[in-house]
Design a protein around this ligand. Sequence first.
Ligand code: HEM
Length: 193
Amino acid sequence: MMRGGEFSDSELVDQMLTFLAAGTAGALTWCCYHLCIEPDIQEQLHAEIRATIPSLDASVSWQDLEGMPYLNGVCQEVLRLYPTVPMTGREAIRETTIAGKTSPKGTTIALCPQAINRNPEFWGETADQFLPERWIDIDEKIERQILNKHGGASTNFAQIKFLHGPRACIGKDFAKAEFRCAVAGCLGCFAFS
Ligand code: HEM
């Protein structure tokens, strides 16, 4: 971004603030909040982290983090129930039809991850509940818990925490990896109340 010369210094500062503050810091805050109101989940998460990373000096690999189903489930539920961008908008650049409704060019369309991600039509009666287990399957052949990518919903569009399409979050994979590390670090070392 700096070399490309397309951004002024103040625009670069704005972008950096988005990277650092708007994404992972918000998610980590909501994670701590939720684990305070559900201490049983916090305890189970802490136990999994300490079983995988017993010592604070131990090095932590990608496989270690990927191999903690409950940690991954907790991170997914935080981003589903407390999306960092709860609501945003788009403007139709031409006349368009969405779900049978035609909107003229220039129409502002509200996108609401907060509502979609908790919609019982996609998530069933437990839509509002924090259930890390919905992201975990059992592989009976190897008798182990494995992660699933859908949380039990029938479509990937049931959650739009990073949005989808060409203007979705470009930091998505980085953010998910960073968030998982941050949760493992904080919840492995501290108890929150
Ligand atoms: C949990 C963390 C994060 C979440 C939930 C998240 C979510 C989102 C969402 C929903 C948008 C679309 C906003 C809109 O168009 O109204 C967005 C855009 C963006 N995100 Fe993230 N984000 C996160 C972290 C990050 C990180 C760590 C980076 C950078 C390393 C990043 C970089 C960006 C950029 C550059 C855009 C603008 C993309 C564009 O307009 O084409 N995000 N993010």
